[in-house]
Design a protein around this ligand. Structure first.
Ligand code: R5P
Length: 314
């Protein structure tokens, strides 16, 4: 294969700050690309520099507005393919539609598969993503997928708090694998909140499995959407006698009542990454954003140089 020319970064409009931070860590500038919207709502894209033969990384989380960001990413990929880029990598710090990864009832789509099909169909040769809600979505792609973990970034944030003998807690059974990985590295015990989802916006919690009374709990999850799950989990931990509760979450999607719920939640600290853009002035005062820009920049560098990406997992 012809050697790929220069590493090139392009940002969509979803999260330009993260793209700028990644570029700083790679000592690169962002390619000159204009992404705006026609009066009727259609995306208008133009790449203003020659990217022929280059190793191009398009940075675009498909966070809300999910459909706009997804379509804009597809159009960017198509633009790059038609501009003869050498290799095109979609860098998706947050992968939207990942909760729909199987047909769990009749007459529903497998939305994550549609996302995968369209990304590759539009021109993605490779995908980089972070803590996908369902990591098995990698199998929906027939191109390489580098699935990064925010764990090293968030663990550093947790360790900075100097928590004594923590218990790592997952707010639902589905998060047990992720919580166990944190517990192993923090040399902590593990507990599970028994959550049942009644609808997209309603959940109920009834029990905690494991010892949390008198303990410092670290609640870990891949995402906060409406914050129902995590705040209910925090509340039951307190009711069960937890001494302190810290939340560590990868994707702070924060929709609907999320910010109000988090502000009112009985938690000491909330750590989240910048995989999704935040209006920091609106966040609860005890919420801290830990940047994944260095992690993603390192992954991009390693991919460009054909070096190991799994070395970044620890
Ligand atoms: C569930 O499986 C996920 O890990 C999150 O706990 C959930 O999607 C968060 O949603 P919400 O914040 O709306 O409760």
């Amino acid at each position: 294969m012809e050697r790929l020319k220069e590493l090139t970064l392009i940002s969509g409009s979803a999260h330009p700050q993260l793209a700028r931070d990644i570029a700083i860590h790679l000592d690169k500038h962002l390619a000159d690309a204009a992404t705006d919207v026609f009066p009727d709502g259609e995306c208008n894209i133009k790449v203003n520099e020659d990217i022929r033969g280059r190793d191009v990384f398009v940075i675009q989380p498909t966070c809300p507005p999910v459909n706009n960001n997804w379509v804009e990413l597809l159009l960017l990929l198509d633009t790059l393919r038609r501009s003869s880029a050498g290799r095109i990598t979609a860098v998706m710090p947050y992968f939207g539609y990942a909760r729909k990864d199987r047909k769990d009832e009749g007459r529903v789509p497998i939305s994550a598969k549609v996302v995968a099909n369209t990304l590759v169909g539009a021109g993605a040769d490779r995908v980089v993503t972070l803590d996908m809600h369902a990591p098995q979505i990698q199998g929906f792609f027939d191109v390489p997928v580098d699935h990064l973990y925010a764990r090293p970034v968030l663990m550093q944030g947790v360790q900075n708090l100097g928590i004594q003998s923590p218990v790592v807690v997952t707010p639902d059974v589905g998060g047990t694998k992720m919580a166990r990985a944190y517990a192993k590295r923090l040399h902590a015990d593990l507990a599970i909140v028994d959550k049942r989802r009644m609808s997209g916006s309603e959940t109920i919690v009834e029990h905690v499995i494991g010892e949390v009374a008198g303990r410092n709990c670290v609640l870990v999850d891949d995402m906060i959407s409406t914050a129902g799950s995590i705040t209910q989990a925090a509340a039951i931990l307190r009711q069960t006698g937890a001494k302190s509760v810290v939340i560590a979450v990868t994707h702070a999607v924060l929709c609907g009542p999320a910010i109000e719920r988090l502000a009112a939640a009985p938690v000491d600290r909330i750590l989240a990454t910048d995989s999704v853009p935040q209006d920091r002035a609106n966040l609860p005062s005890n919420m801290e954003i830990c940047s994944v820009a260095p992690l993603i920049a390192q992954a991009i560098r390693n991919i460009h140089l054909s070096e190991s990406v799994s070395s970044l997992f620890e």
